[in-house]
Design a protein. Structure first.
Length: 236
């Protein structure tokens, strides 16, 4: 059975012990400052409400292996927001989004962008619909499908994946979703040397960026892939 639909967001947040709630907000604010992100009070509250919903639903649906809310701030929220400066264009697709990572934090940060969340798992997409309704995130769209079978009416400027597949598989499975000039962002942990060797060639431009997630003492890398389309290759 799904978690009760009668829970209200202020209730979920208020039920956290006051000290823990204060620590969560402090971690989030300091982390955003470290990432040079300027968020409004409303955006910070939306991120905290999303975290409360994720923790609540996680008890029933096992949406993430991370159980502690404070750890979720670092490993989920700040990790997702750490790639914000690499997001291009007005249309963003999060492939294999799971419980909405990084798509929901990015949608909160960028209310003027259309963020599409794609996952084949029904329990996860049900959670995403709950988040969209509860937070009033009118700029997100939710799709339950495998990316290979996902029919794209209008292709995307940025496609992002987090813990999805190898770089080569991600590119092969997502290529049809990319608009000309678009960027594919693959979020990785340690430097993926073996994966990169499988995608080198004249058809793609690849850059790898070391990413620092505030409060996380682990490696993070972002693989930035820009496929060259036929029209691009015809240029002198």
């Amino acid at each position: 059975m799904a978690p009760s639909q009668t829970w209200r967001l202020p209730t979920l947040v208020a039920n956290l012990p006051e000290l823990r709630q204060s620590r969560i907000e402090t971690l989030l604010v300091r982390g955003c400052d470290a990432l040079s992100l300027s968020l409004s009070r409303e955006q910070l509250q939306q991120l905290q409400h999303y975290l409360a919903l994720l923790a609540h639903w996680n008890k029933t649906y096992n949406l993430t292996a991370v159980r502690e809310e404070e750890e979720m701030v670092t490993r989920h929220l700040l990790d997702s927001l750490s790639i914000a400066s690499f997001v291009d264009g007005r249309r963003v697709l999060d492939v294999g989004t799971g419980p909405g990572l990084p798509g929901i934090p990015l949608a909160i940060l960028f209310p003027g962008r259309a963020v599409h969340l794609l996952d084949s798992n029904g329990k996860k997409t049900r959670f995403l619909f709950q988040v969209k309704t509860a937070l009033g995130l009118d700029n997100i769209s939710i799709h339950q499908a495998r990316v290979e079978a996902f029919t794209v009416a209008e292709r995307f400027d940025t496609v992002v994946s987090r813990a999805f597949a190898s770089v080569a598989d991600t590119l092969n499975r997502c290529r049809h979703t990319l608009a000309p000039g678009a960027v594919l962002l693959a979020m990785k942990g340690v430097y993926p040397a073996d994966e990169l060797s499988a995608v080198c060639g004249p058809d793609v431009s690849i850059a790898v960026h070391a990413v620092v997630v505030p409060g996380l003492d682990e490696q993070r890398h972002l693989v930035e892939i820009r496929p060259r389309f036929a029209a691009d290759r015809q240029q002198p």
